[in-house]
Design a protein around this ligand. Structure first.
Ligand code: NI
Length: 208
């Protein structure tokens, strides 16, 4: 009995060490980002993914680790996406994450991008996708959207035309997100964040 507890604790410690190491790795890659995909985006998505994983009885480590690295290899953010993914695999091996866990992480993150509009095949993938999308809405989502618009030289709003303004992005993407959640718990959070964005838009037009 005692032996079992010690063994579980040891495993827990090694997972924690892995998470810390992955955080450092991710921080080194994203510390200079100004498009809304900085290190804190990865941290927030990881925290949300962990919470949802606990509620949904999924593999918490795969969800947290996968969420931390989910934007590595994104074509928007990396000049050499394939190389970035190979390096990440090498890094996982160097800190001795088991091969089948690495595979689970890769399966979980391969389909999460919004642009691809795919539903990931595993529960862990669905959870990371939910967590990533939740970080695109609500107060944080609003802040990130304007940061991204600035980085892309967009107007905040143009009452004459709907094209390529940051406000237009709400209708193209942000307001659609609440209906694309995979898990029930994420749906609840999304509903709240959605209402806050609607309130923001009302006030925005009011002040405009
Ligand atoms: Ni992301």
């Amino acid at each position: 009995m005692l032996q079992k507890t010690v063994k579980q604790l040891a495993y827990f410690n090694s997972e924690l060490k892995h998470i810390k190491a992955i955080e450092q790795y991710v921080e080194s890659l994203f510390s200079k980002d100004s498009t809304g995909h900085d290190f804190y985006h990865m941290k927030r998505v990881a925290r949300l993914a962990k919470i949802i994983a606990q509620k949904e009885n999924a593999d918490v480590f795969v969800c947290e680790a996968g969420a931390l690295v989910h934007d590595i290899g994104d074509k928007k953010l990396f000049e050499h996406p394939e190389q970035a993914i190979e390096k990440m695999k090498h890094f996982f091996r160097s800190i001795k994450i088991e091969e089948y866990v690495i595979e689970q992480i890769f399966i979980a993150i391969k389909d999460i991008s919004f642009r691809k509009q795919r539903v990931p095949e595993t529960k862990e993938g669905k959870i990371i996708q939910d967590a990533d999308r939740l970080d695109a809405i609500g107060a944080i989502g609003i802040a990130r959207t304007f940061a991204y618009g600035g980085a892309a030289n967009q107007l905040i709003y143009d009452p004459e035309s709907n094209k390529n303004t940051t406000i237009h992005h709400f209708y193209e993407k942000l307001l659609l997100i609440k209906d694309q959640m995979n898990t029930n718990y994420a749906k609840q959070i999304a509903e709240e964040r959605h209402q806050f964005m609607q309130l923001f838009l009302e006030k925005f037009y009011d002040e405009w």
